[in-house]
Design a protein around this ligand. Structure first.
Ligand SMILES: O=P(O)(O)OC[C@H]1O[C@](O)(CO)[C@@H](O)[C@@H]1O
Length: 238
């Protein structure tokens, strides 16, 4: 595990963007795994800024997002489809057909999960997976207790996760109860993983990641066995 400690959240995001851009410039056909949530918003801002100033091309980049809420349409502003459009895709030259996000409105959700996992595999897997972490150690929407062998699946969100994400919705009742998420095994197959951790609220999670054991009670601990993991944290989370 490689760790970078940055002064603040902005520097954390800047570092993440810098490392992502290094990979993209080296391999313009990189396959990226992308995360949503509050943590990586400014990472995307830095990528957009670079695109506008340096013109780094995304024409041959493919992306797979970690997760999507069940029951939200693509144009619902709280869907992760809308999040990715707003924060990244509409600002860069990535072809829409190269971007993949689970369909939370699929009629048969289990079939959708299999399709998604198979698609990632068929494409040759993910080169670089960007990750955030939940206060309870969730990665993607893999809540504590999720099998480390899990593939893309439907999850019932922990109440604490719904409460944490309620800030993006009008009320807690509006937060979906279920989501589709890449599984832990799906995430671990990425050739490189970059985990961003920011803020006091994530202090316990970071401490447990660095000093705790590996256990399904704490999903992020699965990452400790990954051969190419970079953690970028700000001082507030230390
Ligand atoms: O970055 P945030 O908003 O703190 O969320 C942390 C993690 O929780 C999720 O938003 C899911 O709740 C992940 O997508 C994210 O990585």
């Amino acid at each position: 595990m490689k760790i970078y400690v940055t002064k603040n959240k902005d520097e954390m995001n800047q570092k993440a963007a810098e490392l992502m851009l290094e990979r993209i410039r080296k391999n313009p056909s990189t396959t990226l795994g992308l995360a949503t949530g509050g943590t990586p918003e400014a990472t995307y801002e830095y990528l957009v800024e670079d695109f506008q100033k340096q013109g780094t091309s995304y024409e041959h980049i493919t992306t797979y997002n970690l997760d999507e809420y069940v029951g939200l349409s693509k144009d619902n502003p709280n869907s992760y489809h809308a999040y990715m459009q707003e924060h990244l895709f509409q600002h860069i030259n990535i072809p829409l057909e190269n971007t993949h996000i689970p369909n939370g409105l699929a009629e048969d959700l289990d079939t959708e999960c299999d399709r998604y996992d198979t698609h990632i595999h068929g494409h040759g897997g993910i080169d670089l997976q960007l990750l955030g972490i939940g206060e309870n150690g969730h990665i993607g929407f893999n809540e504590p207790g999720t099998s480390f062998g899990s593939r893309t699946h439907v999850v019932e969100l922990a109440e604490s996760t719904r409460e944490a994400n309620a800030r993006f919705f009008d009320s807690i009742e509006a937060v979906p109860t279920h989501a589709i998420t890449m599984g832990i095994q799906t995430i671990l197959k990425a050739r490189e993983i970059m985990l961003l951790i920011s803020g006091e609220r994530k202090r316990d999670a970071l401490h447990r990641l660095l000093h705790g054991g590996i256990s399904e009670d704490f999903p992020a601990s699965a990452l400790k066995d990954h051969p190419n993991l970079t953690v970028i944290t700000d001082e507030d989370a230390l």
